[in-house]
Design a protein around this ligand. Structure first.
Ligand code: RP5
Ligand code: MG
Ligand code: MG
Length: 293
């Protein structure tokens, strides 16, 4: 991702329009380009300043000595993109200016690491894979959740807890958001985990890097590692498993994959990669190849 767009311009999310981002033309996103009059508002959400366990203290707070661009105890402050600059004690967004300083709604200064499980199966009808009429390619479906915070449809991803393995985060977030494991009995949870065991063994990394998340600021931003867990078997467990939205998801569904999706942050880009990986249908607007004369 060379330039972010969803974290530029307009109001910062969840501020009821009270915090407006400074408009930044494409040409001035890059920190290396002079922007003398740039004076972004500084905003950190009240629930972050209230210091929940997952959030950092304020920069300069007694005893807060973050190790930037390094593994800081159990928290990774390394970017997947590149080492970031730290200016006057504040880490700088690896993808440039966002029009707002501070942490916004994000807990950590610098990179906030998430993981995104992209769980896929083939669309079927009468026991057979459904082929797209235009592209003649099979249609892939993924488990898509509706975010409670913004209402956008998204991959059921979540934050990597301190010291947590990404493989654990992927499975935990899928269980929480798409199967509502937080409201299951231990027995039900065990059953779901068992059902998913084979699937989650075979994940393939699709993307690792910056996420164009609307919460990003000049000093705090989302990064993720996205894995695809695909089931090829048209009779597999994914066809009988009951989806049930939970935690920060308010709805969940199997979503047909195509280029007309309009997902949260830069999730479409990750889904597109998955579609290509499986040679599944993506866009009905096939590229028109130049003809030789
Ligand atoms: C996105 O936010 C990531 O790609 C991931 O899907 C999600 C993690 O944040 P929460 O869902 O925990 O808010 O940037
Ligand atoms: Mg979650
Ligand atoms: Mg989430």
């Amino acid at each position: 991702l060379s330039m972010h767009t969803k974290c530029r311009g307009g109001a910062y999310p969840f501020t009821k329009d009270k915090v407006q981002r400074v408009q930044i033309p494409d040409s001035k996103v890059d920190w290396d380009v002079e922007f003398a009059e740039y004076l972004p508002p500084c905003y950190t959400a009240p629930h972050i300043l209230a210091a929940p366990p997952y959030a950092d203290p304020e920069i300069g707070a007694a005893g807060f000595k973050p190790r930037w661009n390094a593994l800081d105890g159990r928290v990774s402050r390394c970017s997947h993109v590149k080492p970031y600059d730290v200016v006057d004690g504040f880490p700088r967004n690896v993808c440039g200016r966002t029009g707002v300083a501070g942490r916004g709604a994000l807990g950590r200064w610098g990179p906030n690491h998430a993981a995104d499980p992209i769980v896929t199966r083939w669309k079927v009808a009468d026991g057979k894979a459904v082929i797209h009429e235009k592209t003649r390619k099979p249609i892939l479906q993924f488990v898509c959740i509706q975010r409670r915070d913004s209402g956008h449809w998204a991959i059921p991803g979540g934050m990597v807890d301190p010291g947590e393995r990404v493989t654990t985060t992927l499975q935990r977030e899928f269980l929480e958001e798409a199967l509502n494991s937080l409201e299951m009995t231990e027995k039900q949870k065990e059953k779901s985990e068992k059902q998913l065991k084979e699937l989650f063994k075979g994940g393939v990394e699709i993307y690792s890097g910056y996420v164009d998340d609307p919460r990003n600021t000049d000093n705090a931003w989302m990064e993720t590692v996205a894995f695809n867990f695909h089931q090829d078997d048209l009779q597999g467990v994914l066809y009988s498993m009951l989806l049930h939205a939970g935690d920060d998801a308010k709805a969940v569904k199997w979503q047909d994959i195509s280029s007309t999706l309009n997902l949260y942050a830069s999730h479409e880009d990750m889904i597109e990669k998955v579609a290509h990986r499986h040679q599944a249908h993506w866009s009905r607007n096939l590229a028109v190849l130049p003809t030789c004369v």
